[in-house]
Design a protein around this ligand. Structure first.
Ligand SMILES: [Fe+2]
Ligand SMILES: [Fe+2]
Length: 308
């Protein structure tokens, strides 16, 4: 569509240039002394053509931008609905991932609002960031039962193969999202939500068991988050997963989860292409601490009460 409009613009300008050239050429070859009123008419004609092209081009460009924005917004509103077939599938086939995604959405949206990022995009993209886990939900810790842990092996081949499967949820997520015609901004966030970090659970296990492994087998293919929204979801995702694993029982434990996650992501340079400023990262951290505290509020109160 854009290409057609650009072509139309260049064709119009070319026709105008040709018109002026032919007019001057004929006048020169035929040695016609151009009457001043004819020259004026030609100049006015040329100005009119330029203005007509500019107005038409400006109008079509603006109207297509508005149409594109409306189209994206419509798709975003459709995706936002928790009754969306993909989200219904996630809730029934991978309930742990679904619950994790809702928590990520809650934490990330608050952080996005605090720094004036696109909170609607952050909320909706969080719902779908792990949609690729639908291919094999039982592989992921949040959907597993204790008996699944007992079935785990410690061979290098088993660990490598499982790390590869887990890493592939990013690629699968992008494929599923494209098939479902989710907005491009959401697809981009799905592809970036692990950046080029490591699948740490299996990597550390292989290290603990002193297995012969290549670090590159445990690395997500990236890219790193390219927007503030994408970076916020990366942080909220890690923080939620970390909190789920350690089940914090006091404010210090919550603060520690957020600070460690932010520190690690900065150290790995995962946020360097996101456009988040240092000031924004501090605000995001503080808001995420509050959001996580709100999620674990009941549990923390219960523990304090029992201790008293
Ligand atoms: Fe993920
Ligand atoms: Fe996640």
């Amino acid at each position: 569509m854009k290409k057609t409009k650009t072509k139309f613009f260049y064709y119009s300008i070319s026709i105008l240039a040709l018109f002026i050239f032919i007019f001057l050429f004929i006048s020169y070859v035929a040695s016609i002394s151009v009457p001043s009123h004819a020259l004026k008419i030609a100049i006015w004609l040329a100005i009119s053509v330029i203005m007509a092209v500019a107005i038409t081009y400006g109008y079509t460009l603006t109207s297509s931008t508005i149409a594109d924005a409306m189209f994206t917004l419509r798709r975003m509103i459709r995706a936002e609905n928790l009754s969306n077939p993909l989200l219904l599938r996630l809730s029934s086939e991978a309930p742990g991932t679904y619950h994790h995604s809702l928590n990520v959405s809650n934490i990330a949206q608050k952080a996005a609002k605090a720094i004036g990022a696109n909170s609607l995009l952050v909320r909706v993209a969080s719902y779908y960031h792990d949609i690729g886990k639908l291919n094999e939900p039982g592989l992921y810790v949040e959907n597993q039962s204790p008996s699944d842990f007992l079935a785990e092996e410690n061979s290098a081949a088993w660990i490598r193969s499982n790390a590869k499967k887990i890493i592939s949820h990013v690629e699968s997520g992008v494929k599923i999202a494209k098939e479902a015609k989710l907005p491009n901004d959401i697809i981009e966030i799905i592809s970036e939500h692990h950046g080029d970090s490591k699948a740490l659970y299996f990597y550390r296990r292989a290290q603990e068991k002193k297995l012969k492994i290549r670090a590159s087998d445990f690395v997500y293919s990236g890219p790193k988050p390219s927007s503030r929204e994408s970076a916020i979801i990366m942080l909220a995702d890690c923080i939620e997963a970390h909190a789920r694993a350690v089940q914090p029982e006091n404010t210090e434990a919550i603060n520690n989860i957020v600070e460690t996650t932010v520190h690690d992501k900065l150290k790995e340079e995962q946020l360097k292409d996101s456009g988040l400023t240092t000031k924004e990262i501090i605000t995001v951290s503080n808001v995420m601490k509050e959001a996580l505290l709100a999620i674990y509020h009941q549990r923390i109160n219960y523990v304090v009460k029992n201790e008293a």
